[in-house]
Design a protein around this ligand. Structure first.
Ligand SMILES: C[S@@+](CC[C@H](N)C(=O)[O-])C[C@H]1O[C@@H](n2cnc3c(N)ncnc32)[C@H](O)[C@@H]1O
Length: 442
């Protein structure tokens, strides 16, 4: 720190200790003036030197490294915005995610929840990717956005994505280069389904007849059953531009045909852990006449495993996903409906009648639906969360309504990122025994 002769000048460097990791995975430190600074690529306990760069404190060097610091394994780490925490030992990263879920439940009022079971996915397992496309001279950049930027980092390697996606990238770049409907930019959603790669392309201009022929040839080359397209701007429905075979995917014991760009859990292994955690949180005894109400059901990831235990009334707001779920539910105990639960939540009296309510809301949580849930007080609620902040808000209603936590499972399915998935079982009433033997009274 330097002090000028006629008064204190802005210091050019300052040393600080990283106190915690923030929700985005950046280290947080308190400066001598009391302000908080967030420093990417640092870890709790580290002593760092920060440099003043145009009024902002940025990392200059790490003076004392954390024992949890490791060499980031990907050469694109730091440049590519996909991973934020490759410099952290994976086991420590999982511990941090477990603590975030515990903290969210604590914030909601549940200070005595059971110890979570935890799981972490393997590298090269992510089966869904949403990649940006940028035309740059004669080249096509295909990858993720750079950190805090709209620049596209060409994905030449990735330790997260499934090999089916990585191996397709060179041919996809070649195919995209010749498209007249791709003038400057677009994006591409890739899902690895049981039937193969499913591709949803968006471009900044309409496809020409020639483009459709080129995409059909690309589908043939890469053995892709379906390529769909929609305009980059607006909410237009996706149209099939190349279809060479059926689109199939198994969820539990059922087979569905997911719509283009469908939501699926991030990896096959984490999907299984989530399904198992939800089933384990069910009450031990469910009768033939019991009903499970499932909210935010998608294409049926949880619906079909749940239907092995009781009748399932599944609600999903995205029409194409609800149709896929309906079409796949023949011969099962799932009844699927399309319903926007933000506008038309399931009402408390219907929820009261259910033996179990399972909900897996989007990132923002389920504010309106939770109000009905806490009024209806079904005996068992199983909440699948992808956002600890939303979990804290939604679970605080359950705490006020008299629920206790019966089981917690934490799943790190977005390796090397700050995202965390959790399955929390809640019970209401005097006693309850869940399938995994945990007993709680409330
Ligand atoms: C986190 S995903 C879970 C899907 C499914 N449970 C699974 O595991 O594949 C959340 C789902 O909520 C749906 N959704 C989002 N907003 C909704 C709303 N307002 N009403 C009903 N469903 C909604 C999304 O379309 C998506 O399928």
């Amino acid at each position: 720190m330097s002090i000028a002769e006629n008064g204190p000048a802005t210091p050019t460097t300052i040393d600080a200790t990283i106190a915690y990791l923030g929700a985005q995975g950046d280290g947080g430190a308190r400066l001598p003036d009391g302000s908080i600074v967030h420093v990417p690529f640092t870890l709790p306990g580290e002593v760092v030197r920060l440099q003043n760069s145009a009024g902002r404190w940025v990392l200059d060097k790490i003076l004392t490294a954390s024992p949890d610091r490791v060499e980031p394994p990907c050469p694109l780490f730091g440049e590519c915005g996909g991973c934020t925490l490759q410099h952290m030992r994976p086991a420590a990263l999982l511990e941090w995610k477990v603590d975030r879920v515990k903290a969210a439940l604590g914030k909601a009022g549940f200070t005595d929840s059971p110890n979570p079971q935890d799981f972490q996915v393997s590298p090269h397992s992510r089966r869904r990717a949403d990649l940006a496309i940028r035309r740059q001279g004669k080249a096509i950049l295909l990858g993720l956005h750079a950190r805090n930027s709209s620049d596209v980092v060409d994905l030449t390697s990735c330790l997260v994505l499934h090999p089916t996606i990585i191996n397709a990238l060179p041919a996809l770049r070649d195919g995209l280069r010749s498209l007249e409907g791709l003038r400057q930019s677009g994006d591409i959603q890739l899902n690895v389904l049981d039937s193969g790669l499913d591709v949803l392309l968006s471009t900044d201009h309409s496809l020409t007849t020639g483009d459709r022929t080129r995409l059909a040839a690309l589908a043939e080359l890469l053995s892709i059953p379906r390529i769909s397209w929609k305009p980059q701007s607006g909410n237009g429905e996706a149209e099939n531009v190349a279809q060479r075979g059926s689109v199939r995917h198994k969820l539990g014991d059922a087979e569905v045909s997911p719509p283009a760009g469908a939501f699926l859990q991030a990896t096959a292994e984490s999907e299984l852990w989530i399904q198992q955690a939800v089933v384990h949180a069910l009450p031990k005894k469910l009768g033939k006449r019991d009903t499970i109400i499932e909210l935010y059901a998608g294409c049926g990831t949880l619906s079909f495993p749940l239907a092995n235990h009781a009748r399932v009334l599944a609600y999903e707001g995205y029409a194409s996903a609800a149709s896929a779920l309906k079409a796949g539910s023949g011969g099962t105990r799932v009844t699927a409906s399309c319903r926007d639960l933000n506008r038309q939540p399931i009402m408390s009296k219907d929820l009261t009648a259910a033996a179990v309510v399972v909900l897996d809301p989007p990132h923002a949580g389920a504010k309106l639906q939770m109000m009905q849930l806490t009024m209806g007080k079904p005996k068992t609620v199983i909440y699948v969360s992808c956002n600890p902040a939303a979990l804290a808000k939604d679970a605080s209603g359950l705490h006020s309504a008299g629920y206790t936590v019966s089981s917690v499972t934490v799943i790190d399915q977005f390796l090397w990122s700050a995202e965390v998935e959790a399955v929390c079982g809640f019970t209401h009433g005097s006693s309850h025994r869940s399938r995994n033997g945990l007993s709680r009274s409330g």
